[in-house]
Design a protein around this ligand. Structure first.
Ligand SMILES: [Zn+2]
Length: 407
């Protein structure tokens, strides 16, 4: 479809926060060619009537584990080969798109090969429908860290969920290989984790030298880098090493919050996932000690994230979906608001801020002339009521419609 017009009751300018009324968006060649109340529609252009929906930019989820699902992780890791994981990833990416998430970043996944890169290529080449996918292929983890298989008999020499990398030289080689095979982002497990046994989220599992080597190598080769980091020291290592973002940021201390603000390091908080982990009957089959670990982390994270918001650290939306059911990418918005953000600020994390973090803000993240037509329509006014973001009725990516109000 070369051109198309969408008429709707409202459209949100996420930059200014202004709501436009009775708006028409003209889409040509997959891009926004006109937006406003008085935009003329060339004769013969098909018109989508979005009625009373509010149009906003397509949303981004920066922490989307396309290959994980909320069930026994050992089965997911050890009983699927790469091809099966890639097929599951496509199904899960489609659920994100249907929920209004037109861009997803997979911040590392359980695949031992590079299935995510192949999935991204298939979508980019138009072979498969899907959201824009941005990939960090693997979790780089130290021996015994969050990505290692720590609770198996040692003589099995089990592979874990991550790629085991030790030492600054090992890190440089691993980063080079990730990039060689298609990484846009590098993901490093710098602290212990919640869902892994035998490691402590408060510990830094890499040294500052290893963390620096990873960042230098990624940046020298023009890629971005982020980390899984819960503990205060691990977060600080990443910020000092110049990481573009830090995931979770659970125990971030006040000094590091100040440093993140000054250096513009993005926090990708992943908030709702800890609510899900402490829920009974979540299907994950967690042992009581892991549930307790999650409960403690949840409370700390809420308190610290409030400080992150108060300080004005840049935040980009990311959920850790895959640990909870795909298609529920909207879950973090209301938690962000509970932690002190306005609904508009929460929406910005998943649009403008995310586009900036990924270096694609000249293409997506706002409803502006010349931007790619990634446009969604929600039932309600999300600036008044953030819960309306779960009611996505219209989805367009690159000018192509994937969900219409009639469905
Ligand atoms: Zn994650």
């Amino acid at each position: 479809m070369d051109s198309l017009a969408i008429k709707a009751g409202r459209a949100l300018d996420v930059r200014s926060g202004k709501m436009m009324e009775d708006v028409t968006i003209l889409v040509e060649q997959g891009r926004i060619a006109g937006i406003g109340p008085g935009v003329g529609i060339p004769k013969g252009t098909p018109v989508v009537d979005a009625g009373g929906l509010t149009l906003i930019p397509g949303l981004h989820d920066n922490h989307c584990h396309l290959m994980l699902e909320p069930r026994n992780f050992d089965e997911l890791i050890y009983k699927r080969a790469s091809a099966a994981m890639a097929l599951d990833a496509w199904i899960n990416a489609s659920k994100a798109l249907q929920s209004g998430f037109t861009t997803v970043r997979d911040p590392g996944d359980c695949d031992r090969e590079y299935g995510l890169v192949d999935l991204r290529k298939a979508i980019d080449q138009g072979k498969l429908p899907g959201p824009r996918v941005i990939v960090a292929p693997h979790f780089l983890s130290p021996t015994g860290g969050h990505g290692d298989a720590n609770d198996f008999a040692h003589d099995l020499r089990m592979a874990g969920i991550g790629r085991i990398v030790d030492g600054p030289d090992g890190m440089r080689k691993a980063v080079r290989e990730e990039i060689k095979y298609g990484a846009e982002w590098i993901k490093v497990f710098v602290s212990g984790g919640v869902l892994s046994k035998g490691d402590n989220p408060a510990h830094s599992t890499y040294t500052i030298e290893e963390v620096r080597a990873a960042a230098e190598e990624a940046h020298r080769l023009g890629r971005k880098i982020t980390a899984h980091a819960h503990g205060a020291q691990a977060i600080r290592y990443c910020v000092e090493a110049g990481f573009d973002g830090v995931e979770h940021c659970t125990m971030v201390d006040d000094d590091t919050i100040g440093l993140m603000k000054r250096s513009g390091t993005f926090c990708v908080p992943t908030l709702y996932v800890l609510d899900f982990l402490v829920k009974e009957d979540n299907g994950l089959d967690l042992t009581p000690d892991l549930v307790e670990k999650a409960r403690v982390m949840r409370n700390v994270q809420r308190e610290r994230f409030r400080k992150v918001v108060e300080a004005g650290v840049p935040v980009a939306y990311g959920t850790d979906i895959g640990v909870f059911p795909h298609g529920e990418n909207w879950r973090d918005f209301s938690v962000m608001v509970e932690c002190g953000m306005t609904p508009l600020e929460a929406i910005r994390t998943a649009t403008l801020n995310s586009a900036r973090m990924n270096g694609i803000d000249h293409e997506v993240g706002t409803l502006e002339m010349g931007r790619k037509a990634d446009i969604i329509g929600v039932d309600g006014n999300p600036v008044d009521d953030v819960s309306s973001l779960r009611r996505v009725r219209l989805v367009m990516r690159d000018g192509r419609i994937f969900k219409t109000p009639a469905e």
